[in-house]
Structure formats: C-alpha cells, structure tokens
Design a protein around this ligand. Structure first.
Ligand SMILES: NC(=O)c1ccc[n+]([C@@H]2O[C@H](COP(=O)([O-])OP(=O)(O)OC[C@H]3O[C@@H](n4cnc5c(N)ncnc54)[C@H](O)[C@@H]3O)[C@@H](O)[C@H]2O)c1
Length: 265
C-alpha cells in the first residue's frame, strides 16, 4: 500500500539502512511515509530485515547487501533499481562512520596506518561518490534529482582528536556537494548536505550521549529529526536550496564556552 504525499510517484535510494535505530532506516521510513518507493542498501545483511519491516508497514522496497566502496557492485544495484522502477529521483547518502564487522578507528595521525586511512576515507567518502556516479546519469536524463549527503559537524566545522580520516572525509563531502551542485543545478538536480551533531542511535556511546546532554537543547537529537530534515531537502519545498550544509545539532557548536556549563551558565 503506497501512501499519498510529497513523494508520490517518486523513487528514493537510501544507503546505510541496517540498524533499526540508525539514521538510514529513519530516512527510508520518512520518505516512504510520504509516498516514495524505495531501494535500500547496506554492507550488512540486516538490510533485508529492514526491508521486511518496511514491507510490513505497507511500503514498496527493494533491498541490497553490498559494500558501497566497490564501484561495480554499486553500478549493478543502480541498474536493478532503474530496471525495476524506471527512475531514481532521490539519493540519500547516509552510509558511513561504522562498517559492520569492523571496529571504528580512533587513532592519532602519527599512529594511523595507510590501510586505516584508506578504509575510513573509502567508507565515508568514496561510498558517496560511487552512489552519485551510479545514479547521476539517470537523474540528468530525467532532468530531475535530489541528492542529500550526510556529512557531520565533525570535519567541516569542528573536530576530535583520533578521527582525522573521518573528519577529512566528512569535510570532503561538503566540497563534493558544492562542486556537484554547481555542475548539475541547471539540469534540475539539487545537491545538499546535512551536518548532524550528537544523534542518539543504536550505536551511540555513553560519551556521545553525554555530549548530547550538553547541547543548547539539553539532549541528543533523534534519527527521526535528521530524517525529517533530509526529507525536506529531498522534497520540492526545498526547490531553491542547493550546495548547502545544514547543521542539525541542537545548538551545540554555537557554544563558545567549552568548560563545564555549571561554572558559567
Ligand atoms: N550518530 C551520530 O551522532 C552522527 C553524527 C553525525 C553524522 N553521522 C553520520 O550519519 C550517518 C549514519 O550514522 P548512524 O549513526 O545512523 O550509524 P549506523 O552505524 O547505524 O549507520 C551507518 C550504516 O552505514 C553502513 N555502511 C558503512 N559503510 C558502508 C559501505 N561501504 N557499504 C555499505 N554500507 C556501509 C553500516 O554498515 C551502517 O549500517 C553516517 O554517515 C554518520 O557518519 C552520525
């Protein structure tokens, strides 16, 4: 059963959809809720469980288990999507940060190996490039497209020690977003990025949740809140917004005072 809404007759492809409490699943649900037919992908086979969840909600969905850093696999998925639906209107590049079956890398530059650098850059940046490369020609053909890339405040705006490749990749997503927005703006394609702050997902650590408690809003954000922003940027209501990085962080990075807040305000 497809629902009526802003994405009626639209097809969306969402990456990083394995976790029940992750952002990718929230984005897929938010788009389907307003009528989009879906393709979802993750390196984890759990993507098929999320597809079952979405089908049980009455939404139309195809799911793929693949590593988005492997260009030819992404190309094949894009071909299957186009064959099944005839078009892809929305691409939400959510995958990144964590990679199923492998620990996240937290190391200072001095200790980082070349393999670790490449791995993190690839899952956070090349995955986004590969998906754009695969779907962009179809969007250009249709003279319509909405690409929303998930960056982060971490990288383009602030940083943490031990996260240099993640910071570099997330900042590079902003550069990619801007350059691409200029290339395809006159072809009916809008390209934007979102920069979440502390968002509480299934994978959040105690330290991250504490970071969320210290924002202006006094709590971490939810995947649904980020999903609604992505859905807005993917909708026709955002028709004059392109090449932008929209921060969604509960007023975290605007704070000047970095000491314990009880000592100052
Ligand atoms: N949670 C936060 O606080 C936060 C803050 C800022 C940005 N982000 C970004 O939001 C996005 C979603 O994060 P999340 O918190 O929902 O985490 P998550 O771990 O639930 O989602 C990321 C998913 O991407 C998948 N993935 C990673 N590399 C892949 C690859 N090469 N091929 C296929 N799938 C791959 C993972 O398997 C995982 O399921 C990430 O890009 C992350 O960097 C998260």
């Amino acid at each position: 059963m497809k629902k009526a809404g802003r994405f009626e007759n639209k097809v969306a492809f969402v990456t990083g959809v394995a976790g029940e409490h992750g952002m990718g699943f929230a984005v897929a649900k938010a788009l389907a809720e307003e009528g989009a037919s879906l393709g979802i992908v993750d390196v984890s086979e759990r993507v098929h469980d999320r597809a079952k969840d979405l089908s049980a909600m009455g939404y139309e969905v195809m799911s793929f288990a693949a590593d988005l850093t492997v260009r030819k696999d992404v190309e094949q998925i894009a071909e299957k999507m186009i064959k099944a639906y005839g078009r892809v209107d929305v691409l939400a590049n959510v995958a990144g940060m964590a990679f199923f079956g492998r620990d996240e890398i937290f190391k200072d530059v001095v200790d980082l190996t070349e393999e670790e650098w490449d791995f993190s850059i690839n899952i956070n940046l090349k995955s986004t490039f590969n998906c754009i490369k695969a779907f962009l020609p179809h969007m250009i053909k249709n003279q319509y497209g909405r690409i929303v890339n998930v960056s982060s405040v971490t990288g383009p705006l602030v940083a943490n020690p031990g996260e240099s490749p993640y910071c570099a990749a997330k900042a590079a997503i902003l550069g990619l977003t801007r350059a691409l927005a200029l290339e395809v703006g006159k072809k009916g394609i809008l390209v934007n990025a979102v920069a979440p702050g502390w968002i509480k997902t299934g994978a959040s650590t105690e330290g991250e949740i504490a970071g969320g408690a210290n924002t202006a809003l006094g709590r971490p954000g939810t995947p649904d809140e980020v999903a609604k922003l992505i859905r807005f940027l993917a909708s026709d209501e955002a028709s004059y917004i392109t090449g932008q990085l929209i921060v969604i962080d509960g007023g975290n990075i605007i704070q000047e005072y970095k000491g314990p807040s009880e000592l100052y305000y």
